[in-house]
Ligand binder design. Structure first.
Ligand code: NAD
Length: 424
């Protein structure tokens, strides 16, 4: 059963790579996809494997480990976790055939490890990444980069100075829906973008079961400021990255407000946030996130005078959709109540209800390949081919800085500008 599952995912993955590599996407717009293109110039021999160490195989780390275990070009040499039950699970996933550590520095001491995957809580990312670069490793580090802007910059600089790859886990950068939609946006299909709206709504307490009370802050690190910036670093960071990518800009400033209005359970981080990011073009990202209602789910809506893209829903909507066939149009008209003009402000006034146009799919391929799998393949191929993931360290950095600015705006209750010394 397990083997069937692996084979199926591997098949989907290969399909995914071929969509990206063989697509009509202008690969020059997305240079980080280059390592995924079939290449005969692999500097490692065809059979050689990238030797990887995993630091922090918790919930996300185990998922990344599983993906990497299915990759024939990867050997997981060592794993490290300072929480024994997670270390044991990670070792068991590899049938015990792996070196195991509780201190990541011992893992970094292994000379022939090429790269590390860091999936620890946010507050650990900076020092582990910088130490990994000092030890000569490439780094995949989960989003968001770090808790402070100077730490993000130190990570970015360390990777650049070491000449190693730094990939931050924003998997949408490898998602065919986003790649295709971004190409449309950048080619002007929506007109110049005039607004971006994004939200991430869930309805759960974000808590994990804690076997004994002294482990509360270690296991529920997301809920405390010492370890996390809450919804901003855990959810918003992905969507801010999408907004930056769509606009090809980074925000000049942000205002925001956040607080706890539902989960009064001893947590410190906000359970609801609302922010506005201002971009140099005059466009704004209007953002909110909450964890007490899931009706609207999550979305990034890119709006321009000619159309709208909703990435999560894989939809493009024209502002002037082709008319529906006669009978459908009649039903739509009744549904929209265009025949029930309400006599306010003139006889022809009708409420400006949302468009009922169903739009078209950005990508018509099902199932869509898993973007995290494609991202990890990109990381592995980049190392095998000595072909850097051009532009991705910058994407990670710019999203992380904006995320932290949003946090500061909410905590300090004022507009926060991007500090000029931290522009790339
Ligand atoms: N890209 C995505 O879509 C995505 C999704 C989920 C989580 N994440 C990110 O992944 C990271 C981890 O999240 P998670 O939900 O897996 O957390 P988690 O708590 O489940 O896992 C973190 C693991 O790191 C271990 N750890 C903590 N400090 C350590 C240290 N000093 N040395 C070694 N191990 C240590 C913990 O014991 C735990 O096993 C976060 O940065 C999170 O934002 C990204």
């Amino acid at each position: 059963m397990q083997m069937e599952h692996l084979t199926q995912s591997r098949r989907e993955f290969i399909q995914g790579v071929s969509i990206l590599a063989g697509s009509t996407l202008l690969l020059s717009s997305f240079p980080w996809l280059n390592p995924l293109r079939a290449s005969s110039q692999t500097s490692m021999s065809a059979n050689s494997r990238v030797r990887i160490g995993i630091i922090g195989p918790g919930s996300r780390g185990q998922m990344l480990q599983q993906i990497l275990q299915q990759n024939p070009h990867v050997e997981i040499v060592a794993v490290c976790d300072n929480y024994q039950p997670n270390l044991d699970k990670s070792v068991a996933m590899l049938n015990g055939k792996v070196k195991a550590f509780t201190d990541y520095r011992h893992l970094l001491d292994i000379k022939d490890i090429d790269a590390v995957v860091i999936a620890t809580p946010l507050h650990e990312h900076a020092k582990q990444t910088i130490d990994a670069f000092s030890a000569g490793k490439h780094v995949f580090c989960e989003k968001s980069m770090a808790k402070t802007i100077p730490d993000c910059k130190a990570m970015y600089d360390a990777g650049r100075d070491a000449g190693k790859i730094l990939l931050i886990g924003h998997q949408r950068l490898f998602n065919p829906v986003y790649l295709t939609g971004m190409e449309w946006i950048h080619a002007g299909k929506l007109g110049a973008i005039t607004q971006i709206r994004a939200y991430w709504h869930r309805n759960n307490d974000w808590r994990r079961n804690v076997p004994s009370p002294e482990l509360e802050r270690i296991i529920n690190w997301r809920l405390y400021w010492d370890y996390s910036l809450g919804l901003m670093t855990e959810l918003a960071s992905h969507q801010i990255q999408v907004a930056n990518w769509a606009l090809k800009e980074t925000p000049d400033s942000v205002i925001g407000i956040g607080g706890i209005n539902h989960w009064h359970d001893g947590r410190e981080v906000h359970d609801n946030v609302a922010l506005i990011y201002n971009y140099p073009s005059g466009t704004r990202l209007i953002y909110d996130s909450m964890i007490s209602n899931k009706h609207y789910g999550l979305e990034e809506q890119i709006l321009g005078p000619k159309g709208t893209i909703e990435f999560e829903g894989n939809r493009y909507y024209s502002e002037n959709p082709p008319p529906a066939p006669g009978i459908l149009q009649l039903i739509n008209n009744f549904e929209k109540r265009v025949f029930e003009a309400i006599p306010i402000g003139g006889a022809s006034w009708a409420p400006e209800l949302a468009s009922t146009d169903k739009g078209v799919a950005i990508i018509n391929q099902y199932p869509l390949p898993d973007d995290t799998t494609l991202q990890m393949e990109g990381f592995v191929q980049a190392i095998r081919e000595s072909n850097p993931l051009e532009g991705l360290a910058e994407e990670g950095y710019n999203s992380s800085v904006a995320t932290i600015m949003g946090h500061q705006a909410m905590i300090e209750g004022r507009e926060i500008k991007w500090p000029s010394e931290f522009k790339l």
